[in-house]
Design a protein around this ligand. Structure first.
Ligand SMILES: NC(=O)c1ccc[n+]([C@@H]2O[C@H](COP(=O)([O-])OP(=O)(O)OC[C@H]3O[C@@H](n4cnc5c(N)ncnc54)[C@H](O)[C@@H]3O)[C@@H](O)[C@H]2O)c1
Length: 259
């Protein structure tokens, strides 16, 4: 592929959070970005997992530990990435958690934790890289929302998760307003069910299969998503070509929900 091919990321540095599981969206986004010519830092609470995934991507990738709920941990990770690869041009906020629980079941502490990782964590990461992006007049911030944020949960996410993913849309669009004048875009992806480790862990194998069957029977594209479907959208948002797209929330759900 030549550098004039579309959706190339040559010379760019990306930080992808939540990239510590082998089957997860973050790891797949990292793979797509390395294939497009970027250097990519994979960060996760699970530092070992992030390093393992990065190791499979070769010299264009590094893995490191970071807790997105902790500004000091994120600042240390950004500093390590900047020293090793240069300043971060592209931030993908993929770290996320959920638990299946009815609205009367989860504790306030669990609610706070889901918000701390899924919403506040993305903001902490944005704030850690945004000054450099502003100075350079170029940047891409990409958020992982969810179909759950648009329809009150319902796939496997609960009310706290739905709340966090709706809040991500507000944060993404508010950031788009503030960052646009600096040449920085802010966009979100709202996946439907994607068969990653998260779904199996949260729902359990049997329920995961039921959900997949349900979607395969009813959604227009007749299959659940795979991480590569989401990575394709993340590659578009990161690209030069998407420079006039900001504040957008792209549904990648096989038509399971349309608005
Ligand atoms: N899988 C789906 O069906 C689906 C659907 C819609 C949206 N999403 C969103 O996509 C994103 C990625 O999900 P996934 O399916 O790849 O899940 P995943 O579990 O494979 O990846 C999430 C990663 O986030 C990491 N993480 C959790 N807390 C963290 C913290 N405090 N600091 C840093 N990392 C932390 C986990 O260790 C894990 O590696 C999440 O934000 C999720 O909510 C997933």
């Amino acid at each position: 592929m030549t550098s004039s091919a579309p959706f190339r990321l040559d010379g760019r540095v990306a930080l992808v959070t939540g990239a510590g599981t082998p089957t997860g969206i973050g790891n797949q986004v990292a793979r797509a970005y390395v294939a497009a010519g970027a250097r990519v830092a994979l960060a996760d609470l699970d530092a070992e997992g992030a390093r393992r995934n990065a190791g499979e991507l070769g010299a264009g990738a590094m893995g490191l530990g970071a807790d997105v709920t902790d500004p000091a941990s994120v600042a240390a990770a950004v500093s390590e990435v900047t020293q090793a690869m240069g300043p971060v041009d592209i931030l993908v906020n993929s770290a996320g958690i959920t638990r299946r629980a009815k609205v009367w079941e989860f504790t306030l502490e669990e609610f706070d934790l889901v918000m701390a990782v899924n919403v506040r964590g993305g903001l902490i990461c944005l704030q850690a890289v945004v000054e450099g992006m502003k100075q350079r007049g170029w940047g891409r911030v990409i958020w992982l929302s969810s179909i759950a944020g648009k329809q009150g949960g319902g796939v496997f996410g609960s009310a706290h998760y739905a709340c966090s993913k709706a809040a991500v849309i507000g944060l993404c669009q508010g950031a788009a307003r503030d960052l646009g004048p600096f040449g920085i875009t802010s966009n979100a992806i709202a996946p439907g069910l994607v068969l990653t480790g998260m779904v199996g862990r949260v729902a359990g194998g049997e329920v995961e299969q039921q959900l997949a069957d349900q979607i395969s029977a009813s959604a227009p594209m007749r299959r659940p998503g795979v991480a590569a479907d989401i990575a394709a959208a993340a590659l578009f948002f990161a690209s030069e070509e998407a420079g006039y797209v900001t504040g957008e929330v792209m549904d990648v759900n096989g038509g399971a929900y349309m608005d």
